[in-house]
Design a protein around this ligand. Structure first.
Ligand SMILES: [Cu+2]
Length: 185
């Protein structure tokens, strides 16, 4: 077999594996792609609403934090997903409204739901974290959808993500880049 054809096959197989892994489930690749196509346009309004200025103007929170963050290493140009723990040490409920990173042109907040043996992802907004509580973003549940990558971060490297809350505060996390087939935290 010609070497370039072999490389092409390997790249395609890697992408399929990565896309299946990104869903955090064992379903086939097609529903995942359809799920993405179905809501891809919906993200634009949200991205515009929380532009770079919203993040720049936000003050670093003393009560809200994001930790244990990791993302999947996915070949370009496919989107990746990020998972993390949001902690709210304050006395009021806070809502996560947006996320941003210099490595990705757009980050959307997604939730994976399961119906009749199928899983699908949908965009979600204003994810509430109760006062004194925490919320884990994990495979098969809430996650950050990392769209429009400017590079494919290497396994073992870190990617910074900023998180914006409805009270005008922000939190930063350095996310570990893990292999595409990583199962969970
Ligand atoms: Cu998603």
């Amino acid at each position: 077999m010609n070497k370039s054809i072999l490389n092409g096959l390997l790249a395609t197989a890697g992408l399929a594996l990565a896309l299946s892994a990104a869903a955090g489930t064992t379903h086939t690749m097609q529903p995942l792609l359809l799920a993405h196509a179905g809501h891809a346009h919906a993200g634009h309004g949200q991205a515009a609403k929380h532009d770079a200025a919203a993040f720049a103007n936000a003050k670093v929170s003393e009560t809200l934090s994001v930790s244990q963050c990791w993302i999947r290493a996915i070949p370009l140009p496919a989107p990746s997903a990020g998972y993390f723990l949001v902690k709210n040490g304050g006395g009021k409920e806070a809502k996560l409204v947006a996320a941003a990173s210099s490595t990705y042109g757009m980050i959307m907040l997604h939730q994976t739901t399961h119906e009749g043996g199928m899983s699908r992802m949908s965009e979600t907004h204003d994810i509430a974290v109760p006062a004194g509580g925490e919320l884990l973003f994990k495979p098969g549940g809430y996650h950050a959808m990392l769209e429009k990558p400017s590079e494919a971060p290497a396994v073992g490297s870190k990617v910074g993500i900023d998180f914006l809350f409805d009270n005008g505060e922000k939190a930063h996390a350095e996310c570990d880049v893990k292999p595409a087939n990583t199962k969970g935290h």
